[in-house]
Design a protein around this ligand. Structure first.
Ligand SMILES: [Mn+2]
Length: 248
């Protein structure tokens, strides 16, 4: 089994650098043995995707085609929504056949227990975001995702992501160590909820791969960082071993 973990690409178009890197990566998975591939999309793959609009499907068509091919060839695709890809199941689950979730999920992979999540609950101090999350996750808001036109969400999302990027860039440079600590503290908290061997998250845009000691147990805590780097690297679990693969 070969599992790949991708998050926080924040694609605005299929044509930009990271869109092309993702496309080449998806095609490379197709060249392997797709029936042995489990692709985890752990949120914020797109800078904005709301609801089941054709608008977004068309906007990212080459990538969608590659995902469809991969699924048809027998790969398993799990998509955990981020805060920029919201209420996506009407396309990704019903049409593409991926498994779509919002909250953390547990998997057994080559004898390891794995916890995967987007990571937007890692920072308990981000009160503003937690409020926003409770609004966009409200079941009464959900239908709007399909009613209001894609262009409207695109406009709103571009405005929102500009603000949040500005904030988070400042936040990051001053508090990167604090973010890393939050990721590790979260691993501890999550372990108390339900034990695992590896926890994999994104959202924080800080790469972190460390061993956290919990009592006499050692668990691996991985944050996937983002694709806003000169070199893109993807976390892979193959035959129970985790490593980072640089792709271009
Ligand atoms: Mn996020």
């Amino acid at each position: 089994m070969e599992a790949w973990f991708v998050s926080d690409i924040h694609l605005k178009t299929a044509e930009e650098r990271n869109g092309q890197i993702l496309l080449r990566f998806l095609r490379s998975l197709l060249q392997k043995n797709p029936q042995q591939v489990h692709l985890f999309l752990l949120g914020d793959i797109f800078d904005l995707w709301i609801g089941g609009h054709d608008y977004f499907v068309k906007k990212f068509q080459p990538l969608i085609d590659a995902l469809v091919d991969l699924k048809k060839a027998g790969a398993r695709i799990t998509y955990i929504e981020g805060n920029h890809d919201v209420h996506i199941e009407s396309f990704f689950q019903k049409k593409l056949g991926a498994e779509v979730f919002v909250e953390a999920q547990y998997y057994q992979l080559d004898g390891l227990i794995l916890r995967c999540e987007h990571g937007d609950l890692i920072n308990p101090d981000d009160i503003k975001y937690l409020k926003y999350r409770s609004i966009i996750r409200n079941p009464y808001i959900k239908p709007l995702g399909n009613i209001l036109p894609g262009r409207f969400w695109d406009y709103l999302g571009n405005k929102a992501s500009k603000n949040s990027r500005h904030r988070s860039a400042q936040f990051r440079s001053a508090y990167e160590q604090k973010l890393v600590q939050m990721i590790r503290d979260h691993a501890l908290r999550a372990y108390q909820e339900k034990p695992f061997d590896i926890i994999i998250s994104g959202h924080m845009h800080v790469f972190d791969d460390t061993v956290v000691r919990i009592g006499d147990k050692e668990v691996r805590s991985v944050n996937l960082g983002s694709w806003f780097e000169e070199k893109v690297k993807i976390f892979r679990l193959r035959d129970g071993q985790g490593d980072w693969v640089e792709i271009g």
